[in-house]
Every structure is written in structure tokens, then in C-alpha cells.
Design a protein around this ligand. Sequence first.
Ligand code: SF4
Length: 532
Amino acid sequence: MGEHSIVEIADALNSGISVKDVTFIAGTVYKARDLSSVYEPVMLPSYEEILKDKEVFARSFYTQYVNTDPFTAKCLVESYESGDYVVQNVPAKPLTQSEMDRVYALSYMRDYHPCYKEQGGIPAIEELKFSLTSNRGCFGGCNFCALTFHQGRMIQTRSHESIVSEATLLTWDPEFKGYINDVGGPTANFRHTSCEKQNTRGVCLNKQCLFPKPCSNLKVDHTDYLSLLKKLRELPKVKKVFIRSGIRFDYLIEDKDDTFMKELCENHVSGQLKVAPEHISDAVLSMMGKPENAVYEKFIARYKKTNEEVGKKQFVVPYLMSSHPGSTMKEAVALAEYLRDIGYMPEQVQDFYPTPSTVSTCMYYTGIDPRTMKPVYVPKSPHEKAMQRALIQYRNPKNYNLVVEALTLANRTDLIGYDKLCLIRPNYMDKDKFGSKPSETGKNSVRKGSGRGTANSGNVRGTANSGNVRGTANQADGKEKNGSSKGSKGARGGFGSKTGRSAQSSELNRFEGRKAENKNSGKKIRNTHKKK
Ligand code: SF4
């Protein structure tokens, strides 16, 4: 994250080296006129070549991608027509634990900059102020995440002593109410490197630790994290220690020991656990570098069972992403059907947008998967993205027209109608096309009035006369309702506000029950609802 590079630059300048000669520091990039002092450079295609040809860009990206490990990466060079070169030195070495401790022991203000005061402050501070960073790095390797470039795949951790001493400091804050909001990092339950060999030889270049299946060398062990959480729970004035950073469920379920799952449910979930399956289509998940949906389902079953065992009624809040490369309208509809089956509509939808230095962004720009150099479908136009996003919130009346258009495009108008498995009801004008309400034809399978919406989910409601969609007062519109969780450490929102939390909770309460009900009844009916 730059600490080594910053200190080395400062030392070099301090010792009188001219800034133009500070070209040897790991983790930095510089402009050069010749390469005589560059050791074993890997020449990337020139800037002009990557501008002309997207395939060349994808190859160049992949070379950069496999050169992010500080133990094995080479110096990369890109040339320019002007005769200049951009030279990227090898990445800086990860911080040791004692270095991590020193960084986190600095005397931070633990507040937002006073310049924000006039504008009412930063709501996220409430969440962040009482959260603890325990690690850096992630070996999860999701393709849409730039963390591999920023922090690397090697996990770096703070010692228990360092974290406990910061926690003690928090408990002295007059605003501390006894709750530590988070103990985590990019992934909360990563507290050590994914295997031993990388400590001396780096991580594998052409192999991921968790994708497509967990590597046979993967070390799955939550002992250290459990012990840390226990120490924090036992601190005076601490009532609860929550985990809100997000856990890697595919790693968790590889743990043969149930203790972490049990303690997680018993002590560290505040009603809802946030996890990030991101999608349910295996085709899209494979483009995301995420495990297949069956792994998520397995986790959900285990989470549910553990909660029953410890006597808690707690739920999972799944993060989902629309329009990721690989997601055609067919996959977007499949996701909507999944949400229908579990009876849940997320308040927020994360629409994929390209960010620098990710495999997914390379796919987005080039239409090529740089890992295989095969073409990949990319939903790009704002309208198509809006349709895919709307499908995730198909119950929101604002999305009605987009959902109709999306279902028509996907050849899935069988999902418009009065049947239990339909996502939306027909517009009055289309009544002839989609049939009449069963009550008008003598059938009785339609529940009067409302669909499956809930108090805050933006119901799709039909009225006897119009067959149209109507919203409820508290519709979800994809906007973050809870200011306090905005911008929290790596989090993509949450349910910090009381209203949001309780409403969400009641929805989640219901969807677990409906999931089973819908799945059973759905199996029979779905056969008649296959793509026409
Ligand atoms: S050996 Fe396996 S766990 Fe270790 S770095 Fe390679 S892929 Fe990851």
C-alpha cells in the first residue's frame, strides 16, 4: 500500500539523490528515455499498439496481471512513439507484522477532516470510528476487484496486541457505546496466507487459490481469528463485536471445524450477515472468478442450520451485481427468478462499472477474457444495463417498463402474467396478450392485490381493473438508505438505520420461509414456464 515506497523515496531524497535518479524503488513507476539501467525488463506492446488493437491490449493487461506478485514479478516497460518509456518497477514487498503494527500505531485523528464539518460531517464515520482493521490483501481474486493490484494476494496481518490495544483506545472514547462494528479488512476471515510456499516463493501466477475450486494447498484455519475475536469480546466495556467487512463463504465452508461458523452466528452477526455471491449464474460467476452457485447454496444451508443450533433467527444479505461481462439478458432473468424464489428484493443493486486494473474491466473494454483470450459478451449500453439492473428489483414499480422490455428481449414473456411464478403483471393495455386475471376467468390462483412484495420492497401490485403496477410508500429504488454505512471500510452499504434494519429484517424473515415454499411449488410450475 505504499509505506515501503514512501519511506525509501524520502530516504533517497534525504541522502541527496536527485529526484530524476530515484528510479530504483519497488512499487514505483517512472518515465525514461533509455533502458540501460533497467534489469531484465518485460517489454509490453507499445502504447500505440494497444490503442489500435483490443486483442493486443488484452494480452498486455494479462502480462501486467501476472506480474503483481512481489516475489516473482518482473519490471514492465511500455514504449511510446515519442521515444519515451514508462517503466514499472517490481511491486513493493508486503509489510511484515511488526511493520503493520507500526503503521497502525501512528497517532491518527480518528475523525474526518474538519473541513467537512460545515457540510454536516461524514455519516460513515459512525461506522468506521469503532471498526478495526485486522488485515490487508486478499487471495479471493474476484475479477472485478482491483485489490490484487493494490494490496496483493498475500495476506498481511496486525498482531493481536496491536488490535487489542487499538480496541482498548476505542473503549475510552466518550461516544463508544460498547459495540465494535467490524474486525476485518478486504476479507474479514483471512488472517494468514493461503499457503506456506508463497512466503518464500510468492503466489501462483496462473492459478487462483479459491477459483474454480479451492486449491489443494489451501490452508483453511480460523483459529487465529477466533482467538482475536474472543480477546476483543472480553475487553471491559465491550458488549458486542461484529463482523461487517464481509466473509469469504467459499473459504469458510472448507473449514472442517465448525467452531468459527458457530461463534460467528452466536456472537458476531447483528441480525444479518453480508455475503457476496454476486450472481447465481455459473456462467457469470466464472467470468467474475467466483465459485459456482452450489457453493453459496451449501453455505446458506450450513448458516441456517448453525443458527438453528444456537437458537438465533439471523439472515443473510446477499450482494448482487448486474451487467457484469458474461451476463446476457438470459442470466439477468435467471437472477430475477432466483430472487423471486427466495422472495427477496435487494434494496441496493451494484451495477458493474469498469474500474482500472481489473480482469473484468479488461473484458468490458475489449470483449475478450484475457485469461483465455476468448470472446465474452458485455452488456454495455446504458439502456441494457438499466434493464439488467431493473430485473434485480423487478418489484419496484419504477422499473416496470424496463422489466417488460427485458423479459420481451429475453423471450421470457411467460414471466408476465398472473401466475405465481410471474415476475410482473401485465399492463392493462396488454391484457389480451397476456390473458385476464384468473378471477375474471374463474381461476383462483392469483393472490388478490399484491404480488410477493413486502413493506419496503416496492411491491408490484395489480388492481382488479387496471392490472397495472403500483408502488408502496416505501419503495426500494436502489439508493442507499442508510447514510451511516456509506463508504465504510470496503463495505457496499448496509442496514445501519433503524428503519432500514427492521424493515429489512422483516423482509428477510419472510423470504426464508417463502424460499422453501416457492421452491417446492415452483419446481412443478417452472416446467410450464420454461423459455418459450
Ligand atoms: S499453491 Fe494454491 S494456495 Fe498457494 S498460492 Fe498457489 S493457488 Fe494459492
